[in-house]
Design a protein around this ligand. Structure first.
Ligand SMILES: Cc1cc2nc3c(=O)[nH]c(=O)nc-3n(C[C@H](O)[C@H](O)[C@H](O)COP(=O)(O)OP(=O)(O)OC[C@H]3O[C@@H](n4cnc5c(N)ncnc54)[C@H](O)[C@@H]3O)c2cc1C
Length: 430
């Protein structure tokens, strides 16, 4: 047994028999061959930022933390081949040095690239799909110990199945991203009435490159965030950034902590947080704008609903929130994502709105998440694969028309379930 492993929020704790850090493709192949011989299973960990027990195993846990860096930049095709253990932040800087950038990202950049794409990690902006949709090709080592390459052009069916696949096809070793020339973003955040945000939602989504907002519970206020491509000079107000960090992390943590002992104070903390949300702005290279530091630990559920139902769902959420006593003070996050054609991506064939529910670490989240999950499920909601949910194979199979095809192709790549943990078996019905 190795030391105990925990995910970021502390909701998943386990001790694998072995924790391995291969440095070459050959070492990864050897690990797979040995695991096949010894009848062991393997799970791969990225940065352990998923809330669901995707990385949990009592056999072999493998990390590609020592398998990182850019392999090739093709400026003609605007493709970058990168080792799968590379973290998003490092990739952003390495790509920037080559004059290119990812078209969109989520709100943190600490994930491994393979970890992020495996769960369908997304940002916001209706012109953009999730991060997996930026892929041109994937190379992985499957459950038979074979090196497999698939792309939009080669083995495209396998590629569509594998683009979001929770580490169930094998160990992803290389990813080829379609990239853009480096670009700057101008970011503006402000506080606005939620009703105004609802009225202007279509307009914001159509005219803003990346629009999202947080709604503060028990208030009628939202913190909106707008990003547009910009050619302006870099504007990084260091004092302002420090203040934002203090407000969003240190101060927020300080006012959150008492709610562990006095849950009924949550309502006041939510109102204070809403009142503190002010205006901030910056201009910088895109990869330095998308992500924010996240020091306050929480548990999270996120549901993807059809965009056309979003306002109805959100109003129902606000109504239920105000009626029930969940003792939750974190704002709910609202983002908007283009439909894609990736078989088990939550945005599969669906222009999507994603609603995130956060609860301060240490507080009960079950009742709140269950209620919100029911509301979202009523509108065909699909859970984010990396965030908490209670769905199992029988429910999930109804949400994805390519579910059976996915399972069939997965079985071809991993016939002996080398990459299937108990949790993976449960959600895929293996
Ligand atoms: C604070 C915080 C903020 C977040 N913000 C966002 C956000 O803005 N948008 C969003 O969509 N999500 C967000 N998430 C969720 C997060 O992006 C996903 O859970 C993501 O999958 C985590 O990446 P990771 O590298 O930590 O992967 P892990 O959690 O370690 O692993 C995720 C999956 O990837 C698999 N995997 C990892 N590496 C490989 C590999 N080389 N080969 C095969 N399989 C592999 C694992 O086996 C597992 O199934 C956030 C999470 C946290 C904690």
């Amino acid at each position: 047994m190795t030391k105990q492993i925990s995910n970021w929020s502390g909701s998943v704790l386990f001790s694998p028999q072995e924790m391995l850090y291969p440095t070459t493709e050959q070492e990864i192949l050897d690990i797979v061959q040995k695991a096949i011989q010894n009848k062991k299973t393997i799970r791969v960990v990225g940065s352990a930022h998923s809330f669901t027990p995707l990385i949990e195993t009592n056999h072999i846990l493998l990390s590609l933390d020592c398998y990182t860096g850019i392999i090739e930049v093709n400026k003609e095709r605007m493709h970058v081949v990168v080792k799968a253990g590379t973290k998003i932040k490092a990739f952003g800087e390495l790509a920037f040095a080559q004059g290119v950038a990812q078209e969109n990202l989520g709100d943190i950049d600490v994930q491994a690239l393979a970890g992020a794409i495996s769960t369908g990690t997304h940002g916001t902006g209706l012109a953009f799909g999730n991060v997996s949709s930026q892929l041109f090709a994937i190379k992985f080592i499957n459950g038979k110990g074979e090196i497999v390459y698939c792309s939009e052009e080669e083995n495209p069916t396998l590629f569509k199945a594998c683009q979001v696949s929770l580490g169930t096809f094998g160990i992803i070793t290389e990813l080829t991203f379609k990239v853009l020339p480096s670009y700057k973003l101008e970011f503006i955040s402000k506080s606005e009435p939620i009703e105004e945000v609802f009225k202007q939602l279509d307009h914001h989504n159509q005219t803003t490159r990346n629009f999202e907002f947080y709604w503060f519970p028990y208030t009628s206020r939202a913190q909106t965030k707008y990003s547009q491509v910009s050619t302006k000079e870099i504007v990084e107000n260091k004092v302002g950034a420090w203040m934002d960090n203090v407000l969003e992390n240190d101060l927020f943590n300080a006012i959150s902590y008492p709610t562990l002992h006095f849950p009924s104070w949550s309502k006041y903390v939510a109102k204070i947080s809403g009142a503190l949300a002010g205006t901030s702005a910056k201009v910088n290279w895109s990869h330095r704008v998308y992500a924010l530091p996240r020091h306050v630990r929480f548990n999270e559920m996120e549901y993807c609903v059809p965009l056309e139902d979003y306002i109805t769902v959100k109003k129902e959420i606000i109504r239920v929130f105000n009626q029930k006593k969940f003792h939750v003070h974190f704002p709910t996050e609202n983002r908007f994502v283009k439909a894609d054609d990736i078989w088990i991506s939550p945005s599969y064939k669906r222009t999507s709105a994603y609603i995130s529910f956060h609860v301060y670490k240490g507080k009960a989240y079950q009742d709140y998440f269950k209620t919100m999950e029911e509301i979202c499920s009523h509108y065909g909601g699909r859970p984010h694969w990396g965030k908490m949910h209670t769905k199992e194979a029988k429910d999930l199979s109804l949400l994805y028309e390519k579910w059976d095809d996915f399972l069939q192709i997965r079985k071809q790549q991993d016939p002996d379930n080398l990459f299937a943990s108990d949790y993976i078996k449960r959600i895929f019905g293996l």
